[in-house]
Every structure is written in C-alpha cells, then in structure tokens.
Design a protein around this ligand. Sequence first.
Ligand code: TYD
Length: 427
Amino acid sequence: MLKYDAVIFDLDGTLTDSQSGIFACAEYALKKMGLPVPPEATLRRFLGPPLAESYMKYCGMTEEQAAYATDLYRERYIPIGWKENRVYPRIRALLSALKERGAYLAVATGKPEHTSVDILRYFGLLPYFDAVAGPTPEDLHADKGRLIARVLPKGRRAVMIGDTAGDVKGAQDMGIDSIAALYGYGEDSEVLSQGPMHAVKTTEELCRLLCPDMPEAKGCFVTLEGVDGCGKSTQAKALAERLSQFGYTVRRTREPGGCPIAESIRAIVLAKEDGGMCAETEALLFAAARAQHLKDVILPAVKRGEIVLCDRFVDSSLVYQGIARGLGLEWVREMNRFAFQEGRPDVTLYLRMDHGEALRRRLAVSQPDRIEQAGDTFHAQTEAGFETLYRLEKDRYLAVNAAKPAQEVTEEAFAALFARLLKGGVL
Ligand code: TYD
C-alpha cells in the first residue's frame, strides 16, 4: 500500500530543473539593456520569485525598467526558454509507478498555469496528472495554500512535495504532510526551518519514500546507422541532449572505438595508408573492437539503466563487410556471434539518405578516411545494404528521412525514439 495516495508536486525545482532556460532569458534581457550580468549565485535568486521583483532587487532596476526587462525576458522565453528545461532523473518512472498503483497525482506551481501545462505536455508528463493548478489571469497572486486547495482531493492521504519554504508552508496551511525536495534550488536551511515532514536529497530517495517497490531504472541500447555522411554524429549529439532533457541518463559512444582498446583498433582500420587491408582482416578487426566495447562500456551502462546511444554497430559490419565487401551476411553474422553473445540493439535509428548526396556533404567538411575513399559502387552497395537490413528488421529499425534539415531530422528521430522508449517501459 502506498504511504500517500494523493501526491501533489511543485514544478520548477521538483519535477523539472528550469535553471538553464531561466538564466539564459534573464541574461538575454540584461544584455539587450546594456547592463552587466550578475554572477551565477545572484542569478540563482531569480529562480522562484516574480521576475520584476528580482530585477529590482538584484540589478538595481526601477519598476519601469523591471517591467521592460520582463518583456525582453519573455521575448526569448516564449519561443525557446521554456523548452530549456530538464526533467529530473527517475521522475517519469516515479509518476508512472504511482499512477499504476492507483495514486491521484497533481501539480501546484507558482508558474503560470498555461505555461506549466505546456511544459508538462512537451516533456510527456501531462498524461500522468489528474489536475494542474498555477496562477491564472483571474488569480495572479494565489499563494501556495490556495493552489493546493484547488487540486486537493477529499478522503485521501495527501502529501505536497516542493523545494521551497513556500511549498512546505502551503502544505501546512492545508493540513497535509510535506516533503522538502533538497535537490531543487530552494535554500536547504530555509526550507528545513519551515519544518517539513520529510526531506529528500535526491529523486532516488523520493522514489524510495513514495514508492519503495518501484522497479529499478530500465536501460536501452540504441544504435544509429546509415551511409557515410548521413549525419549520424550530429544527430547523436542532438538526440543525447534531448534525451537527457527528458530525464534519461545517456551514454554516447561510437564504433569502431568507444573504449581504449577499441579506439586503438579504430586507428588501424581507418588509417589511410593501409590500402592493402583485406576484407577478412577488416571484418575481424571490427568484430574484435566490438567485443571489447560491449564488455567495457555498452553492457554495463545498459545494466545501470542508462540509454546507450551508439554511432554504428554490427549492422555496419553486415552492410560494409558482408554486402559491400562481398564477404556474405552469414559469415559476418557468424563471426560476430563468436565475438559476443549478448548485445543485440533494442532500437536502431536508421538515417536514410542517398549515398551520393551523403558523401558530398561529408567531403565538404572533412578529408575521406580509408573506407570513405572506396568509390561510388561501394557506397551504392552500402545504401542498398541498409535498405535490405531495414526490410528484414522492421521491428527493430526506426527509419528517418535524413536528407531534411538537421533540426527537422532531430525532431522526427526523437519523436519516434521517445515513443518507442515509452512503449518499452523505458522511463
Ligand atoms: P567514421 O569516421 O566513424 O564514419 P561515420 O561517421 O560515417 O560513421 O568511420 C567509420 C567507418 O567505418 C565508416 O566508413 C563505416 C565503417 N565501418 C565498417 O566498415 N564496418 C563496421 O563494422 C563499422 C562499425 C564501421
């Protein structure tokens, strides 16, 4: 049985960390006004209270200047700033576990209600909540107690979780228990002096308190594949950032390489002067590097519950050595089966692109390595090879049109990947 079957969360500093977006917008306004940006310790004071108040208190502005600074802040916050949020790790899994166990979940926040709903929706958290309360145009200055009252259900054991003394006081005003989220940005001494019922230093501790039988974090092994120059590295970087904003712990890695021994093998296999390397040697070296990489990096990270994002994996060997170099799919499969028993990717993001266009883009920015020098027929075969694997493994593959502008590719790839993670219970 749950200790509390009605759980009310504050948003900023409890469910999400909005610090980087708020700092960036506060700085943007100050720079536009030609004013100095205060040190980070001062900017931290902007988290929580109304903006205009902070501009007056910490930047010496008049009321009029503060109103103008607030307008400038919004100029950046509305299109970009609100998305520069980070869901704290394990929060999504906690919400899901509480919901599964029949809890009523709500948010009571000092952030305007419509913005809060937008943030929760964007980060895929809204479906977990039964109610959201924040200041509305009709009730701009509602205190925490009043906001809690709006979402508090009758006849349940309720608790309020927040990172500030105001959250604890609001809970006390409404006669319910409170948990101080010390991982947020409220001053620990202030929030503790308000006398919360419990205090937690991490979201992991919060999980243990609210839902002790919750499952461990589930990891996922994701690979990125595609022809040379299809933009995998750019996408891997952007996807890693997006996943971590959504609360996942991400380990980015690549093949060949990813750990010291495999990186040494990479230097041999991609060296330009080794024009005489035979296809068998090449295939064995890729498999050797992979065995070490899996053992040292990939499997331990997945076991810890992380998302591993790996730039190329065994599918590249099947395509490059098996198909394009002509060794045959079966032989390459067999050899890799010897190199590692566990380690099949859970998901493969396939960045689909014409090989000629991809190579042109690649050569415009860097010198070709030994494999990239292999000629058009070879690269045409790699494209056909990936198409074959895609047809054979539609369950594992998520195909994305990689010829579009990079940002659009990221949007499409992330949406597909996130949906797959949720479906697989990777929270
Ligand atoms: P890299 O510089 O990482 O290229 P990219 O960014 O396109 O992945 O070089 C890796 C090269 O090695 C690339 O041409 C594909 C090739 N390769 C294989 O031939 N077999 C394999 O098993 C792997 C992992 C890569």
